[in-house]
Design a protein around this ligand. Structure first.
Ligand code: GN1
Ligand code: MG
Length: 346
């Protein structure tokens, strides 16, 4: 239900139709259809994003930089309320915001062809490329230590010490595998402490359903979900693409035998990414390409498992055990990806 005060703030009278939209795990999202235009209306989860103003500031500063340096680039900035506000608070204190909806586009939950992987990777890479050179001091984290794998491992360990015995038992196998991969957290700490990775403005949620494709040409049109547009390393974005592109099934799949690493998709993804980023990335950064997919798959396995152990308090779930299943899915993908990359390296 959309509060009346929110509809009023944006001028949505009874002639507008409002329907739930998308499959995000954090916010409530709606499609608003008027006679001449469509919008995406979102209620921000302020337990996850404790300072929604920071999201807005980052988006607006990125928008200003892009308008100046890449005026042709389509970037979805915020639509203000009738009285010029970027965020509108409802009577219960929830922040709401509005984005334009781009017609004749679609999102996909899994990549079907290598061409799609190439297009999507290129689309995400274009954002990082176009933002190269912006002043990082003007941007702040919207969630602190969001992709700090060392810290996520600590959160997992602390969940182990507070979880109920029932949840620990159910998750026994996933916990064991997660611990076996802890060397990735050590590698992450070593890699990031060298200063080899440049701090860039990264998207931080480059999963496949966060890019719009033209419904006719299947070209990448623009990137969506800018909540975590903030300082980060390129491995976060490239890694999340690898995590969500290579398998024919998503993180929600419970039949683990359907998870795969598709070589052609992996190769196309890297080709599309490098077309944009080859002359932007340093040689040091390039040496971290294969680590990126492992790191991001592992961080999601840990985050889902941690949330399961904590009693499902972070991600929206629709059935009991969903976070544990997501974690098992990601651990399987991690095992396959590691085997694939080892094989490649030989
Ligand atoms: C969350 O809700 P959504 O899909 O935008 C999460 C991402 C995860 C993703 C996994 C703020 O994103 O980090 O990769 O779920 N966002 C936040 O599907 O935690
Ligand atoms: Mg998101």
């Amino acid at each position: 239900m959309i509060p009346e005060s929110i509809k009023k703030a944006y001028g949505f009278d009874a002639s507008f139709q409002i329907h739930p939209l998308g499959s995000g795990h954090i916010h409530k999202t709606y499609l608003v259809t008027g006679s001449s235009q469509q919008y995406v209306l979102q209620r921000i989860n302020h337990f996850v994003f404790k300072q929604p103003d920071v999201i807005t500031q980052n988006i607006k500063r990125a928008d200003a930089f892009l308008k100046q340096h890449h005026p042709e680039y389509l970037f979805l900035s915020i639509v203000q309320s009738k009285d010029g506000k970027d965020l509108v608070y409802d009577p219960e204190g929830w922040p709401w915001r509005l984005f334009p909806f781009i017609e004749r586009t679609l999102t996909v939950d899994a990549i079907s062809t290598p061409e799609e992987a190439y297009e999507a990777a290129r689309g995400f890479a274009r954002l990082t490329r176009n933002l190269d050179g912006c002043n990082m001091n003007e941007f702040a984290p919207t969630i602190e230590r969001f992709h700090d794998l060392g810290w996520r491992y600590e959160q997992f360990e602390s969940a182990l010490s507070t979880a109920t015995s029932d949840r620990l038992k159910q998750a026994e196998h996933a916990i064991k595998i997660s611990k076996e991969f802890s060397f990735l957290a050590d590698e992450y700490k070593a890699l990031t402490s060298t200063g080899k990775l440049k701090l860039r403005l990264t998207h931080n949620d480059t999963k496949i359903n966060n890019i719009l494709f033209d419904s006719q040409t299947r070209k990448a049109v623009c990137v969506i979900d800018l909540d975590t547009l903030m300082p980060g390393y390129f491995i976060y974005d490239l890694g999340d693409m690898i995590r969500t592109f290579v398998s024919p099934v998503s993180e929600e799949e419970n039949d683990l035998s359907r998870i795969e690493v598709r070589r052609e998709v992996y190769e196309s993804l890297l080709r599309g990414y490098m077309i944009e980023m080859n002359d932007v990335l340093t040689e040091d950064e390039k040496s971290a390409v294969s680590f990126s997919g492992l790191m991001m798959t592992y961080i999601m396995a840990l985050r889902f498992l941690t949330d399961f152990l904590n009693g499902d308090v972070y991600y929206i779930t629709s059935y009991a055990g969903q976070n544990l299943n997501r974690s098992r899915n990601q651990l399987r993908l991690l095992e396959l990806l590691r085997a694939f990359q080892k094989n490649e390296a030989q």
